[in-house]
Design a protein around this ligand. Structure first.
Ligand code: AMP
Length: 213
């Protein structure tokens, strides 16, 4: 049985990135994070990167057309099962993902269910390896050295938009747009949920059940 395309839906800090990297190593998925694609454009200094950097620093959404084009450029559904992480962010993007990217390919959407109150602390403590992308949390999953990756020795960095003020905006943006997206997948019979407050391994096994069901 071929794996379904997976669409991860969840607030910033709900654990989508951490779980996605495990799904990549254990189930052969390719991780497609629109946030990562946009940050790459910024670090390369491209025109697109220059256009979006201020918006991202403020925690607001980049326009749908720009993100959809970037996603299409990086997707080849004929050869790969993907984890869509950070897309769709609103109902327009959900519909565009179906009509412009997935077309007739089957997909499951998974909502990372979590109490928003715990997220601010999770996010401001998040650190990411600039070399291999491993994700740490200074409070709950600390690296041995707070500046270095345990896995590859790369430098650990805090994302520019992982500060308290921007996080509040990002959470509000998420809350305003998510309900219609969840309703959309529910009505198609394609919505699953995981308890994102559980520990990493428990969430991963919930995801494995969803992939195999
Ligand atoms: P993320 O890494 O998913 O937390 O995204 C970081 C930032 O990138 C967001 O706060 C937005 O500014 C931008 N972004 C990522 N994905 C999207 C998307 N699907 N639509 C609009 N903006 C996005």
């Amino acid at each position: 049985m071929s794996k379904p395309q997976l669409i991860l839906l969840g607030a910033p800090g709900s654990g989508k990135g951490t779980q996605a990297s495990k799904l990549v190593s254990e189930h052969g998925y390719k991780h497609l994070s629109t946030g990562d694609l946009l940050r790459k454009e910024i670090s390369e200094g491209s025109d697109l990167g220059k256009k979006v950097s201020q918006i991202m620093e403020e925690g607001k959404l980049v326009d749908d057309k720009t993100v959809l084009e970037l996603l299409q450029k990086n997707t080849d559904l004929t050869s790969q099962s993907y984890i869509f992480d950070g897309f769709p962010r609103n109902i327009e993007q959900a519909k565009a993902l179906d009509s412009e990217v997935l077309k007739d390919v089957s997909a499951k959407a998974v909502y990372f269910d979590i109490d928003f109150n715990v997220l601010i602390e999770r996010i401001v403590n998040r650190r990411t390896c600039s070399k291999c992308g491993a994700i740490y949390n200074l409070a709950t999953k600390p690296p041995q050295d707070p500046t270095k990756c345990d896995k590859c020795g790369g430098e650990l960095k805090q994302r520019k938009d992982d500060n308290e003020e921007t996080v509040k905006t990002r959470l509000n943006v998420f809350k305003e747009a998510i309900d219609p997206v969840l309703d959309y997948y529910e009505s198609k019979g394609a919505l699953e949920k995981v308890d994102a407050t559980a520990d990493e391994d428990t969430v991963q096994s919930q995801l494995a059940n969803i992939i195999n069901s």
